[in-house]
Design a protein around this ligand. Structure first.
Ligand SMILES: [Fe+2]
Length: 601
């Protein structure tokens, strides 16, 4: 049976293909359209999935959309009507925004793919999150927790799942509904702190390490804890439920003070900068406390030892680590794509196991479901451009790259199929020596151009993880997809200065040899050279762009920023000073000729 899953229209669209119960491929639209967080209908992702599997749309048994768009519309309409007349300004905008393709999804899929409407199915948003978390994990029975901004109505759900040879069950017993939402709470603070909602939540998490949760008392006014372990946001402090223009109210500002303007730098040495860091630390602590409570209750209720956690909130590595350490589960599984993009795969798996009742199948435990890189394409492009190109056998390549890293060079590492989900996990990564904060500063200054307070992550082979990092039981599982933040061991903090955050923690990736054997070999060789088998691992992109997918995008990115070496397949390209100077001259000539052209125009 061939099932295509689609998530679209709100944030980070994606498509995924499941054939005979097993994922074949999955990709976010942004990786192909090159538009960061592309939320449009994922036509390129769908086309790539079908082409990759050599299928025509008519071969599909079902196409599954990751949520019930009519229910979502009902929620938007109901909230706007409830808030009338306060919402009268935003009402026409909300309706216009929703009444387009977001509601008429069946017709859109049917017309794009030319398949009959009765082959198009819909899942509940949180069922898609639950399936993405549970059905891709190795657990046969597990408690399930999902939390995000909002789906149709649900913002958090708890339940359990069981995979058996005679059938799979996912039961979501209870849910918390909009506007009471941990995701919206965190996004409100993201906006208040001057960051982009739905994109920059991890900046709040990074900033939290510089502050103390001194505002916990004030935050108790903003959210009430309920006797059943749930929570309720106090509506007077929020506006997201009535307007898209602002998420917090004037009462919120009365309580917490003026917001940060997005263009103001954060000066952590000033009282204002410290107030923002304390605010980030306070909301982070609040989120963690609530999630740990909910997870601990779920553990007590189900008696199960494994937890599968999905939804955008599961990208919060600090909260995940505390759940792993404190909620009582032996293992916590967070999929590589816990957010809405991952729902494309979740929806397809949900349809396969639950709707069609197909037999249970193990899903390969890796994140590499996207387009593969071609080293020969890179060699051709780089040679034509006058760069230094070497095509090496595997052993020489690993030796050579380990030497480059040990010499302090920044290496762009492309290997095989690209990751599904927001994190580079060893196939589209920038790698560097982890020892010196200078490397971190150089990466920030010349390549990533991001805020100083945001940490870089390390990657370590699983065999060496405990030597450098203090992982709780089950922590290595969470660190498989970089989903947890854990302490760097005290004695290694100064020696891992480029990847240790100000509070002594790191969002470490613990690498299993089978998952990415080439990166594993590189880490071991680098470890033999330097005594430290750890590398800095950050996503291969520059600020504001999606992670690179194909060799040519990798090459163009390599050319225009301070990366020293680019590797794809067996090809190693070293930046040639002469070629770079030539390219700069060309681009200067190009820009002056375009200036001249525009003057003439
Ligand atoms: Fe979601």
């Amino acid at each position: 049976m061939k099932i295509l899953g689609i998530s679209a229209h709100y944030h980070d669209s994606a498509a995924a293909l499941v054939v005979d119960g097993v994922p074949v491929c999955a990709v976010q639209e942004e990786r192909l359209s090159r538009k960061k967080n592309d939320a449009g209908f994922p036509l390129q992702a769908i086309e790539w999935c079908l082409e990759h599997a050599k299928l025509e749309p008519s071969d599909l048994d079902a196409v599954v959309f990751y949520e019930r768009s009519m229910l979502k519309f009902e929620r938007i309409l109901t909230c706007a009507l409830r808030a009338f007349p306060h919402s009268w300004r935003s009402f026409p905008h909300a309706i216009k925004n929703t009444l387009g393709e977001k509601v008429w999804v069946r017709g859109i899929i049917s017309s794009h793919l030319g398949i009959p409407r009765d082959r198009i199915l819909f899942t509940d948003h949180h069922a898609s999150h639950a399936a993405a978390a549970f059905l891709t994990s190795p657990a046969r029975r597990a408690a399930i927790l999902t939390a995000d901004g909002v789906g149709e109505w649900a913002t958090l759900s708890v339940g359990h799942g069981e995979r058996r040879t005679d059938g799979t069950n996912i039961t979501l017993q209870r849910e918390i509904r909009f506007p009471h939402s941990l995701g919206m709470l965190y996004s409100t603070f993201t906006a208040y702190l001057g960051f982009k909602v739905n994109e920059d939540e991890y900046k709040v998490m990074g900033l939290a390490a510089y502050g103390r949760p001194t505002m916990s008392e004030q935050l108790r006014h903003v959210i009430r804890r309920l006797p059943d372990g749930g929570f309720a946001l106090v509506p007077e402090f929020f506006e997201f439920q009535t307007t898209a223009d602002r998420s917090y109210s004037s009462k919120f500002l009365d309580l917490l003070g003026p917001p940060r303007h997005p263009y103001d730098p954060i000066d952590l040495d000033s009282p204002e900068g410290q107030r923002f860091a304390d605010c980030a630390a306070s909301v982070q602590r609040l989120l963690e406390d609530i999630l740990v409570d909910i997870a601990a209750r779920l553990r007590q209720e189900t008696g199960l030892s494994d937890l599968c956690f999905g939804g955008g909130v599961a990208l919060n590595g600090l909260a995940n680590a505390r759940i792993a350490a404190e909620a009582g589960f032996d293992r916590v599984f967070v999929p590589p794509a816990p957010g809405d993009a991952g729902c494309a795969l979740g929806a397809a798996l949900f349809a396969d196991r639950i709707y069609f009742r197909n037999p249970d199948r193990d899903v390969p435990d890796h994140p590499f479901w996207g387009p593969a890189v071609n080293g020969h394409d890179l060699a051709r492009a780089a040679r034509e451009d006058g760069q230094i190109v070497n095509e090496l056998d595997e052993e020489s390549l690993i030796d050579r790259v380990a030497d480059d890293l040990a010499a302090g060079r920044i290496v762009a590492w492309m290997d095989g199929a690209c990751e599904f989900g927001p994190r580079a996990l060893g196939h589209r990564s920038l790698l560097a020596a982890p020892q010196s904060p200078d490397t971190r500063d150089r990466l920030n200054r010349d390549i990533k151009r991001r805020e100083e307070f945001r940490p870089f992550a390390p990657v370590v082979p699983i065999e060496w993880a405990d030597r450098f990092f203090d992982l709780p039981p089950g922590g290595a599982r969470l660190a498989r997809y970089m989903s947890g933040v854990f302490p760097v061991r005290q004695e290694w903090r100064s020696r891992l200065g480029a990847v240790t955050h100000v509070d002594g923690s790191a969002r470490v990736q613990v690498l299993d040899r089978e998952m990415a054997p080439r990166l594993h070999a590189l880490l071991e060789t680098y470890g033999r050279r330097t005594g430290v088998p750890v590398l800095l691992n950050t996503s291969f992109n520059v600020a504001g762009e999606p992670i690179v997918t194909h060799a040519l995008e990798g090459y163009l990115t390599f050319r225009r920023c301070g990366i020293d070496v680019l590797v794809a397949g067996s090809t190693v390209v070293t930046k040639s000073a002469a070629a770079t100077a030539k390219s700069l001259k060309e681009s200067e000539a190009w820009s002056s000729s375009s200036e001249a052209a525009s003057t003439v125009a």
